[in-house]
Design a protein around this ligand. Structure first.
Ligand code: BES
Ligand code: ZN
Length: 645
């Protein structure tokens, strides 16, 4: 393999890191191979991670072995993390990321204590954990436990689960939260293989983002507990380590796909997910072989803070994607596509989040096109373009610095506060524009090649541009000019060569919007014939200001307050809050109390809180009651509204 652009390996101190990436597409389990060849640490100007304290050019973690107890009583995960490291012979210390960990001891492989220091805590980044190295240190063992308020973890009581009988715990690592339960170098540019022994109460099951291993526990747990072993033999970014523990059941969906969830959720979840195996086939046709073995999904309790999270081997999903008619399964296509864009070729820093999400959003719609047809794909692209316009407006308009694809986040800002639909929708629009200009055949060939060239490696905007110039543009000056590559990546707003799909797929809906906006009655017969995307187009495009009687007419005609489709319900409730529509408040309260998906609860609670005359008292009454249902990633943001709780 060739090293892109300025990227160099760790040749400075012969770290055996200058090798090609592993190429395991056997589809079978991937044993942890300590000699697995790991990706180089990049040294391009845009590859320095401002959100990690690690100094990987001096010493880096290559493998993490966890031996952990999950304790529901104290809301802590504790035990040991044994880290293999590669280092310069001159390195005096290794620096890890630590967020609130309670460290008991640190020693080398011979059990000799190593000096360490936990630096000052930054509210977003946590603390540097600096561990002194002896000249011969190659492995370190950290005995520790996570804090009860660890930002990656949510601990649910039995009452907060579907089955109501067992507690539940899960993690969400992206972007910089895994340092709150794993002491390692928590930077997406520093890939690590890993394995874990996890001990849990014997009536619960632990699942992780790796393959399950059958292996005898060297330290068997007491009779009231049982242990699980997982291993990830491919080097992955640390934000992709994930765990969930609860009363979990498994059901197969196909030869390499299946679903985990609480028993009470299984029937509905498995029915909604029945196209999963077909999606893997469609994604492979687009991207090349699926390199991870199994593709399973975990349907979490409604507290899961995202729609989905692309944890390798085990996508985590919100149950709010279950609409009963598979109308929201583009979410699965999205998380699956991350098995290439994101998990194989990974943004080296959060400044290039668009390389994860924009590519994935592009691919998501290609998979949708393959499975459900061009009309549905075009509709989703068009909804995405509306979301893009909204994001540009929210980020300060076409000159807003955060409307760039390549961001400049800086250590003083949390990546989660800066990344937005720009990465998803401007990123996807960019790739679609390139596809339209060069033609699908040529673009697909480049895309497949990109993952062959950068599998299991960190990537940056400059690597992307270098690769596309070399392997797609190939010195064609006229083409280079048409593509406007630098303007897309480094410029603000939306470049003038954006290719829009034909909006005629939405013509009947747009006609209905015009008619409603000019005073016409809501057309329930038309509504009944529309799919979810068409209904969303209608609800997000009608005038934002509606008098009460028009709101009532909409609700009567379309049953919106009772909608069980979470996206429709959300679109309706946003409109209701904007219009202080009292009759929808019961529905709003129920929605905010029954799920904690950030995409839904954050905008609604923010809109309420920012309306001192009307909404704020609703939010102030509700938030303290529902807060424990929401993940720390969601409450970090919502607590800023100072609603109490
Ligand atoms: N990787 C993201 C989730 C994420 C983003 C976690 C940033 C932490 C920080 C995931 O793939 C995603 O994009 N989820 C979307 C769904 C998708 C269909 C747009 C979501 O959760 O809304
Ligand atoms: Zn994504």
């Amino acid at each position: 393999m060739k090293f892109p652009g300025l990227a160099v390996c760790l040749a400075a101190f012969a770290l055996a890191a200058c090798h090609s990436s592993p190429n395991d597409d056997s589809g079978g389990p991937t044993p942890v191979d300590r000699k697995v060849e790991i990706a180089p640490i990049l040294t391009t100007a845009d590859s320095k991670d401002p959100h990690s304290y690690a100094r990987p050019l001096e010493a880096r973690v290559t493998h993490v072995a966890l031996d952990l107890n999950v304790d529901f009583g104290s809301k802590r995960i504790g035990g040991t993390a044994t880290l293999d490291i590669q280092r310069s012979p001159q390195a005096k210390a290794i620096v890890l990321d630590d967020k609130g960990l309670e460290i008991q001891s640190i020693a080398d492989s011979a059990g000799r204590p190593l000096d360490y220091k936990v630096g000052a805590a930054d509210p977003n980044l946590g603390s540097p954990l600096t561990i002194a190295l002896r000249p011969d240190t190659r492995q370190i063992r950290i005995a520790y436990r996570s804090a009860p308020e660890a930002s990656a973890l949510l601990w649910l009581t039995s009452e907060q689960t579907a089955g109501k009988k067992h507690p539940y715990m899960f993690s969400q690592g992206e972007s910089i939260a895994n340092r709150s339960w794993i002491p390692t170098q928590d930077s997406p540019g520093i890939r690590q293989t890993w394995e874990a022994w996890i001990s849990v109460p014997s009536d619960l099951t632990a699942v992780m983002s790796a393959q399950k291993g059958e292996k005898a526990d060297p330290t068997p747990p007491p009779p009231d507990r049982r242990s699980f072993y997982y291993r990830m033999g491919h080097p992955v970014a640390p934000y992709l380590v994930a765990i969930a523990v609860g009363d979990l059941q498994f059901q197969s969906l196909g030869k390499r796909t299946g679903v985990w969830t609480e028993p009470a959720m299984m029937k509905a979840a498995a029915a909604e997910l029945s196209d999963t195996e077909k999606m893997v086939d469609a994604a492979e046709a687009l991207y090349g072989p699926y390199r991870w073995g199994r593709y399973d999904v975990l349907v979490l309790p409604p507290s899961f803070p995202y729609g989905g999270m692309e944890n390798p081997n085990l996508t985590f999903l919100t149950p709010t994607f279950i609409a009963g008619d598979k109308s929201l399964v583009s979410l699965i296509a999205h998380e699956l596509a991350h098995s290439w864009s994101g998990n194989l070729a990974t943004n080296a820093t959060w400044n290039d989040f668009w390389l994860n999400e924009g590519m994935t959003t592009y691919a998501e719609r290609r998979i949708v096109e393959q499975l459900y047809g061009k009309k549905q794909a075009d509709e989703e692209i068009l909804l995405g373009l509306d979301a893009l316009d909204k994001a540009v407006a929210e980020k300060g308009g076409p000159r807003g610095p955060d409307t760039r694809l390549h961001l400049d986040i800086g250590a003083n800002r949390h990546p989660d506060d800066v990344t937005s639909d720009i990465a998803y929708e401007k990123g996807a629009a960019f790739l679609r524009t390139i596809e339209a200009i060069v033609g699908r055949g040529r673009f697909d060939a480049w895309l497949k090649g990109w993952f062959d060239r950068h599998g299991f490696e960190p990537v940056t905007s400059s690597i992307f541009l270098g690769d596309i110039r070399k392997n797609l543009v190939g010195g064609d000056k006229a083409l280079e000019e048409k593509l406007m590559l630098d303007e897309w990546v480094y410029g603000t707003g939306i470049p003038s060569n954006l290719v829009r799909p034909d909006a005629s797929v939405f013509a009947p809906v747009d006609k209905a919007v015009t008619s409603f906006d000019s005073g016409g009655a809501p057309d329930s017969a038309a509504w009944a014939g529309w799919n979810t995307d068409e209904r969303l187009r209608f609800l997000t495009r009608i005038g934002r200001k509606q008098p009460n009687e028009r709101m009532a007419a909409l609700d009567r005609a379309f049953g919106l307050s009772k909608a069980r489709n979470s996206e429709l319900r959300f679109a309706w409730l946003e409109l209701a809050v904007a219009n202080r529509y009292e009759p929808a408040v019961a529905s709003l309260r129920e929605f905010l109390s029954s799920q904690g998906r950030g995409k839904f609860v954050k905008p609604l609670l923010k809109a309420l809180a920012n309306d001192p005359q009307w909404g704020r008292k609703i939010a102030a009454d509700l938030y303290p009651k529902v807060r424990s249902l929401y993940h720390p990633m969601v409450t970090r943001d919502l607590d800023k509204l100072a609603l109490g709780g």
